[in-house]
Design a protein around this ligand. Structure first.
Ligand code: FES
Length: 157
C-alpha cells in the first residue's frame, strides 16, 4: 500500500470510528472513501496461470505473485520433460516459455537472458526464460506456452 493510501485509509477509519449512526451526507462520503481505499489496498497473493503444452493441453496452476514461472511449475508438480534443468541458475535455457505479447512487453529480457534464449529451440518474439519471469497480478488468467522441445545448452539433452 502506498504511503498516501495508508495515510488516507487511517484518516478515513478514524473518522468512521464513532459511536453515532452514519446518517449524514458527509458520513456517506467518508464511507465511500473508505470502501474505495479498502478496495485499492487489496492485493492478490496468488493468480491462476494456464500452461499450454505443445499437444494443446491447458494446465491451470495457482502461482504465487513474486515467484518465478519456474517456481510455479515446480510448486504445482508439473512434469515438462527437461524443463528447468539448471534450477534457475541461468545455465541451460530449458525453461523456455512463450508469453502473451502484453506480458512480454511488461518486462523485457536482460542481455544475459537474451544470449541464452538465442540457443533455445523454437524461439519466438515473446520468448523468455521461465526462471527469469516473475509472476505479477497482471498475469491472472494468462496462457503461457511450453515449446515442443528444450535445448540444454550444457549438453545434457
Ligand atoms: S532453469 Fe536453466 S536457464 Fe532457467
Amino acid at each position: 500500500m502506498s504511503r498516501f493510501v495508508a495515510v488516507a485509509f487511517r484518516s478515513a477509519c478514524r473518522l468512521l470510528n464513532t459511536s453515532r449512526p452514519l446518517t449524514s451526507k458527509r458520513d456517506t462520503q467518508y464511507t465511500s472513501v473508505r470502501n474505495f481505499l479498502v478496495t485499492q489496498s487489496k492485493t492478490k497473493d496468488k493468480v491462476t496461470i494456464y500452461f499450454v503444452t505443445s499437444d494443446g493441453n491447458k494446465i491451470a496452476t495457482e502461482a504465487k505473485v513474486n515467484s518465478t514461472l519456474l517456481d510455479s511449475i515446480i510448486d504445482n508438480d508439473l512434469d515438462f520433460d527437461g524443463f528447468g534443468a539448471c534450477e534457475g541458475t541461468m545455465a541451460c535455457s530449458t525453461c523456455h516459455v512463450i508469453l502473451p505479447k502484453h506480458i512480454y512487453n511488461a518486462e523485457l529480457p536482460s542481455d544475459e537472458e537474451q544470449d541464452l534464449l538465442d540457443m533455445a529451440y523454437g524461439l519466438t518474439d515473446t520468448s523468455r526464460l521461465g526462471c527469469q519471469v516473475y509472476v505479477t497480478e497482471d498475469m491472472d488468467g494468462v496462457e503461457i506456452k511450453i515449446p515442443t522441445e528444450t535445448n540444454d545448452i550444457r549438453g545434457f539433452s
